[in-house]
Structures are given as structure tokens and as C-alpha cells.
Design a protein around this ligand. Sequence first.
Ligand code: NAD
Length: 299
Amino acid sequence: SKTQVGFIGLGNMGNPMAKNLLKHGYPVIATDVFPESCKEVQELGAQIVDNPADVADKADRIITMLPSSPNVIDVYTGPNGILKKVKKGSLLIDSSTIDPNVSKEMAAAAEKMGAVFMDAPVSGGVGAASSGKLTFMVGGAEEEFTAAKELLSCMGVNVVYCGQVGTGQAAKICNNMLLAIGMIGTSETMNLGIRLGLDPKLLAKILNMSSGRCWSSDTYNPVPGVMEGVPSGNNYQGGFGTQLMAKDLGLAQNTATNTKTPAPLGSLAHQIYRMMCARGYANKDFSSVFQFLREEEGQ
Ligand code: NAD
């Protein structure tokens, strides 16, 4: 029978991901600092423990899905962190989107304890997490990829090996910079069309059969009422938080600065998402940039 898999961080993404591991017959042992987050997976049979060290004590394969770099550092190297009780030969997979340099540091710290760390951030959103259709971008030792893929395939359809540790994060950061630019572009385009008298559903339909089509227009439209089952139809609740997008754009700008790479639209997108965080949008889905633009024009 399958051995226990640890899961740390049961938020918007971690919750449905852990559920898919359970669905595939893996016993799950999980923890989250926010006890309420553990309820659903506990009801589905997951064992809940107090902290990451207790997860590492029981499971030799662990997935982490946390907000940002400081949380990952805490969960791996903190006083109750994974590395306090990690078993030799354990496989530690971090699916959070964080600074690639932090991934490298965690990999070095894990190696000292005889464990393997891989970065495997995801693309796809809560919908894809629920339906097991995420894309995983994996960095780390290539000989460990098959073992990682066995678990990640339960939660995603695309599991792509990117190279040494940190390269999964590099791919993810690039994707999200483009996603943010596309979401802002879609929002300002939809708003302009609406003000020119076009019905938003019709405009979305036309964009989606034309060259302006993108994921933000055809799968995650930011205008309330255009699509069902997306955060814009639910007052921008759930989904991918504006604060998390601002974090990813900051990571992209850091790497752009470090490599002297021009990224002017990524920089502007970063500033727009930071303004939104300062104006009460931090916990709304990132497609609320549409609402932000409408407020900017006094509507
Ligand atoms: P979230 O904030 O909903 O969930 C994170 C969870 O981690 C929370 O339940 C929180 O309580 C828990 N947590 C924080 N610190 C902890 C600690 N020290 N120990 C245990 N648990 C802790 O975030 P999310 O939307 O699930 O995103 C997780 C990661 O995935 C982020 O890095 C994000 O950028 C990335 N991501 C999110 C989406 C999305 O659509 N939401 C898509 C792709 C990637």
C-alpha cells in the first residue's frame, strides 16, 4: 500500500491539491498554521499534526504550498521546521512561488540533513488545482525527477523538468509576469469597450476569436458576469490573491535587476498591483484590477 505523504499549507491551492493526493489513494499527513484550513482534508481522512517537524517525523515525502519566501524558510528551517526531524533520503517538494535563491538555500540545508529538496511551483489557479490539471515546473537533481513526478502527476497534467534547483521558480516567475501584464491589459481593454457601448460578453467573445485572446480573456475573465465559476463572478473572492501577484512581480523585478534585463511592463504591472494592495485589494483575486480601474475613473 502507499505510504504517507506530508502536506504543509492548506490554503486556496494546498487544499484541493491535498484532496487529489487522497483521491489517488495516498494517506496524507498535513498541517497549517490556520487550523480552520485543515478541516476539509481532515474530514476526508487526512491526519492533522501540530507543525512541520511532526509531518517530517512521519512522512518521507513532503509537499509544501505556502504564500512566500519567509514562510518557506520558517517551515523548513524554523524551530518546528521540517529539517528538525527530517528522515534521511526524504524527498521535499516546494510548490510555493518564491525567490529562486531561497529554493537553492533550502536545497543546500536539506542536503546537509541527507534529504533532497526540489522546487516545483505551479501554474493553473484554484480551478486547475481542484480538477488535478495543474502545470508543475520542477527544478532539482534530475535523478529525483521520476520520484517527484509520481506524486505531482496526481495533482497536475503537465509536470515539466526545468533543470537545477531554482529553475522551476525562474519559469514560474516569467509566466506570472506575463499573466499580470495580460490581466491588466484585458481589464483595461474590457473597460474601454464597455465605455464605448459594447456588451462585455460580446466583446469577450470577439476577443476570444481574435488576436487579443489570452488566458485572462478566455479562461479567467475579470469582468463580472462574463464567465461563470471565476472569481470575478464571486466578488473576486478566492482565486489568486492580489498580494501574491504583487509578490511574484517583485520576484520578477529582483531577478530582472540582478541580470540587468529590461522589463518595463513587468515593472509597471508590479507598481499597479502594489497600489492595489495599498487600497484594500490585497486579499481579493488579482483579476480585481478591473474593479480598481473602474474606481480610478470614479465609477
Ligand atoms: P494561501 O494564502 O491561500 O495559502 C497558504 C497557506 O499556507 C495558508 O493556509 C496559510 O495558513 C499557510 N501557512 C502560512 N505559513 C505557514 C506555516 N509557517 N506553517 C504552516 N502553514 C502555513 O495561498 P495559495 O493561493 O494557496 O498560494 C500558495 C502558493 O502558490 C503561493 O506561493 C502562490 O503564489 C502560489 N500559487 C497560487 C495560485 C492561485 O491561483 N492561488 C496559483 C499558482 C501558484
